[in-house]
Design a protein around this ligand. Structure first.
Ligand code: FAD
Length: 399
């Protein structure tokens, strides 16, 4: 028992683990931590229980294994299998959560100058057990006749990847974590008190103070703000991201989740399509204003170029959300700051991959905190040390 716990006589103030942020990452962590009772008392602090501003419910739902870093591929292998059996893992009282996982496949398309990278990524992916097929221009044309392929160098097609309903995953993890004993409080963290090499106090907007043994920061686009309360600098900022839903008038074949090197990403959803062109150059910061000209100016031309039948479409809705962009290298930052903040674990900087990796991240946090180190996938290279060393560990090719 720590001296800080001894100092506080209120049970409510003495959780073992406090998770800051109850989005899909915080809730997946709560699920894995409460699975076998070893974690003790777990409290999740989530000031926005309807998730109005959270990234999770705004995600496109894509889940793919097409990465270039082994850690990301292995996390996807585990997470996609987990999502496929989500009902088995997260049912409560016989009631199964619905996440609508669909195996529509994932397609990465690159121009001739992107082929070498696509091929070396393909070699790594297949060596790690991913089913992926390299398609040349003719093979792509035969598979997807609606697609314009004249400017394509090659494509990688992963038929077992797909998409899921983000809010379903978040609510499923949350409900199961609560059933396993996690407590969710509608509270915002306003300060953290550090003594020695640990966060000893978590100060809430209501005036309450919690004194946990361990703290997880899973505050999404607010993570840098929260970590700064403990003196930890994170190169993570909100990155505005438009998304749209449209209907296509023409009948075309079933498309997979399509992504290209220019940032275009879209996939079938309901009776239409959802997606956008991701602008990684946009300045950081929360911006909730929808640019209603963005679709017509940027997205529509890109879609119509790739699928000419979509020159005629009906835009139904546009909205914005935010990536928690890691400005160092676009990959997640997972773990503590050894020797400086031993009991404070961050899980953020997902830059558009947090939903698909949430099960693996939740499991990894459980291993770090309950077992003292990674037991399944070694995610050391995704840790904070590379930030301190200023050594980016980025994806190659499509991000
Ligand atoms: C348009 C869009 C499309 C995307 N598409 C995909 C995709 O196809 N596939 C994919 O894998 N990912 C995708 N993403 C990324 C994905 O949504 C995120 O990586 C993921 O949801 C991050 O989850 P999170 O729990 O870290 O963050 P969030 O869901 O944002 O949750 C963080 C929570 O922290 C809480 N919080 C903040 N400050 C505090 C505080 N001081 N105290 C307590 N709590 C606090 C917030 O209220 C919030 O609910 C997309 C994102 C966007 C915006």
């Amino acid at each position: 028992m720590t001296e800080a716990v001894v100092a506080d006589m209120s049970t409510a103030a003495r959780p073992d683990i406090v998770i800051i942020g109850g989005g899909v990452i915080g809730s997946a962590a709560a699920y894995f931590l409460t699975k076998d009772g070893r974690a003790g008392r777990v409290i999740v602090l989530e000031p926005d229980p309807l998730y109005i501003r959270a990234a999770t419910p705004r995600a496109s739902g894509g889940a793919r294994r097409l990465f270039s870093r082994p850690e990301n591929i292995l996390m996807s292998n585990f997470s996609i299998s987990f999502y496929q059996r989500f009902a088995e893992h997260c049912s409560v009282d016989g009631e199964a959560p619905e996440i609508g996982f669909r195996c529509d496949g994932y397609l990465f398309i690159v121009p001739p100058e992107g082929v070498t990278t696509l091929e070396s990524n393909y070699a790594l992916q297949t060596s790690l057990g991913v089913e992926v097929h390299l398609l040349d221009r003719d093979a792509l044309r035969r598979r997807l006749p609606s697609m314009h392929v004249e400017d394509v160098g090659a494509a990688a097609y992963a038929p077992k990847d797909g998409c899921l309903e983000p809010n379903g995953a978040l609510q499923g993890f949350r409900r199961k974590a609560r059933a396993q004993g996690a407590e969710y409080l509608a509270e915002r963290v306003v300060d953290l008190a550090v003594h020695g090499t640990a966060v000893r106090e978590v100060h809430l907007a209501s005036g309450r103070v919690l004194r946990p043994r361990t703290v997880i920061c899973a505050a999404g686009t607010w993570s840098a703000q929260v970590a700064a309360m403990a003196g930890m600098h994170l190169p993570v900022e909100p990155m505005q991201r438009h998304d749209h839903f449209w209907m296509c008038r023409a009948e075309i074949e079933q498309l997979p989740f399509v992504k290209d090197l220019n940032g275009l990403g879209f996939h079938p959803w309901d009776r239409g399509y959802t997606g956008s062109v991701v602008d990684f150059a946009i300045p950081g910061g929360h911006n909730w204003d929808v640019d209603h000209g963005y679709f017509e100016r940027v997205v529509w031309p890109a879609i119509a170029h790739r699928v000419p039948a979509m020159e005629e479409l009906r835009l139904c809705d546009s909205w914005v959300g935010h990536y928690d962009r890691n400005t160092l290298d676009g990959n997640m930052i997972l773990g503590n700051w050894p020797g400086r903040l031993d009991n404070f674990y961050v899980a953020c900087g997902f830059t558009g991959h947090g939903l698909m990796h949430a099960p693996a991240v939740g499991r990894a946090l459980g291993e770090l905190i309950l077992d003292g180190g990674f037991q399944t996938i070694d995610l050391t290279r995704m840790g904070y040390q590379r930030v301190l060393d200023n050594e980016p560990y980025a994806e190659a090719g499509i991000r």
